[in-house]
Each structure stands twice: as structure tokens, then as C-alpha cells.
Design a protein around this ligand. Sequence first.
Ligand code: ZN
Length: 148
Amino acid sequence: MPTSGPGDHQLKRIILPSGKTIEVVYFDRAAVSGPQVEASAAQPAPAPADTERELHVCINCTSTLVYPVQWEEAGPKSWHVTLRCPECEWSKSDVFTQDQCDRFDDELEAGTEQLSRDYKRMVTANMSEEIDRFAGALEADAILPSDF
Ligand SMILES: [Zn+2]
């Protein structure tokens, strides 16, 4: 409720859910007249969507390669995440619970580890092939000083 209004601003005292009281100075009279300021302050965080859903699974093609394009905090225990499926190009932004995001994070980490393991295996295989070819060329006297 407005407490005073000297000049072109008004002071408003707001009690937060924690019990703390803050004073807000309004310079625009129109902003003070409506109750929308209190309503928006008391508004709960957006409700999470289907809380059991696994976020790495595409709801369009069931691929398990869905990854986050963007995420930001939506509330104390929820996240606003934009998801994308690389196989069918499905994409959606929604709010998900902390538990869902933790499980999603574990999946993403497991995927990163798997990619890293595959990469190391491929590098080793390629180098092994290269070494065999080089050894064969040495045995055949096909390597000359001018090659270096
Ligand atoms: Zn998909």
C-alpha cells in the first residue's frame, strides 16, 4: 500500500514471503495504482511439465540423443530448458524439475564419456594403421632422406 507521495514518486512497503519488509520507490504513478506489482511478486515459479519424462528421449521420434540448446533457472528447484533432437529436428522449450535436469545431466555426461572413449579408440586404430604402413615402407626401402 502506498505510504507517501511527495513530488513525482511514491513509497510502497512490501512484505516478502520470508517476512522481510522492503520499501520500493515508484517514480511512475501509473505503476503504483494497479495491484499487478504485488500479484507478480507473489506469483509462484512456472509449474514444471511432465516430471517423470526423461529429457534425453525425443517425444517425437524416441531418439535418445536430445540435448539442451539453452537453460536457465525458472525457480528454486526448476529449470527452463530448450531441447533439440538432432535426428528429427524437434525442438521445444519447457520447465523441468531439478531431478529431471540432474538425470539429464548424468545422461549428457555418460554420452560425453562414450564419445571420448570412441574418439580415443579411433585415434589408436588410425595410428596403428599408420605405423604398420610406415614399417612396411621402411622394410621395402621406400623411405628416402628426401622424404623428410
Ligand atoms: Zn526426434
